[in-house]
Design a protein around this ligand. Structure first.
Ligand SMILES: [Zn+2]
Length: 255
């Protein structure tokens, strides 16, 4: 059993204490901080009181997650910091328990093997990213496309029940039912807007495949909109915005 497996077995509270202990007394280096400020615009947008929390989660992420270069010459510090920052933005006010099964980030230069035209893919324990798409998403903070946020939202969706069905909350809670109702009500509106080619704050990725693929993508695309298009999402789809606000315990509309 690995130390991580043992810590998971001990339950959420002990796992979180164990993870925090791993990085106790450490901080990001000056070089890492410079990369964070230069390459992750969402970090600049974050209220100051949340920044130390993000850096703390990033330290744990960088300690526990392995990075593998698939066909890029090497893993750079910029890759590690950018992925850690946006992955941890999602759990900033939640906890590292969400990423307890997560092990590895694989970086491809431009094309993920056997997945041509795909910017990234996610599993319970692994995310693969096409670096050209990552850089595009990082640079443009308001275009509703952010592949790191998208793929890690899939990881969260997997973590609660091993299924990516756009319901990220524990199936044993009353909140799960509320999410089901919200999706039942809101997803057809996105479908309708996509078919009519009219505007919707959430992008319609996945719809080209079929409606159920689109539903798998509903939570991840809604999460991208929550962080990159928060004001529009909050105004046009308050139910979705409030469900995400409650889930992430963040209110990016005010940032
Ligand atoms: Zn997806």
């Amino acid at each position: 059993m690995t130390p991580t497996d043992a810590a998971i077995k001990s339950g959420p509270d002990k796992f979180i204490a164990w993870a925090n202990e791993l990085v106790e007394g450490s901080e990001l280096s000056q070089e890492q901080l410079e990369i964070l400020k230069s390459w992750v615009p969402l970090y600049g947008k974050l209220p100051n009181r949340l920044k130390p929390k993000l850096r703390q989660q990033m330290l744990i992420f960088l300690k526990l997650v392995k990075f593998k270069n698939a066909d890029v010459p090497k893993i750079t510090e910029k890759m590690r910091i950018c992925v850690a920052a946006e992955a941890c933005l999602l759990i900033l006010n939640r906890s590292f328990w969400d990423y307890r099964y997560f092990e590895q980030v694989v970086i491809w230069a431009n094309v993920i093997k056997n997945r041509k035209g795909i910017a990234g893919c996610a599993f319970k324990n692994k995310v693969e990213l096409n670096w050209v798409s990552v850089e595009r998403g990082l640079k443009n903070m308001g275009d509703n496309h952010n592949i790191i946020i998208h793929e890690f939202a899939h990881v969260l969706d997997f973590a609660n029940d091993e299924k990516a069905q756009s319901n990220p909350v524990n199936p044993l809670t009353a909140e799960h039912k509320l999410w089901e109702e919200m999706i039942e009500e809101e997803f057809p509106k996105l479908l309708k807007a996509s078919r009519a080619k009219s505007d919707h704050p959430i992008r319609n990725y996945g719809l080209k495949i079929n409606a159920s693929a689109q539903q798998t993508e509903f939570f991840t695309c809604a999460t991208e909109a929550f962080f990159e298009n928060s004001i529009q999402l909050s105004r046009a789809c308050p139910k979705i915005y409030n469900a995400l606000r409650h889930f992430y315990r963040l209110n990016p509309e005010k940032w």
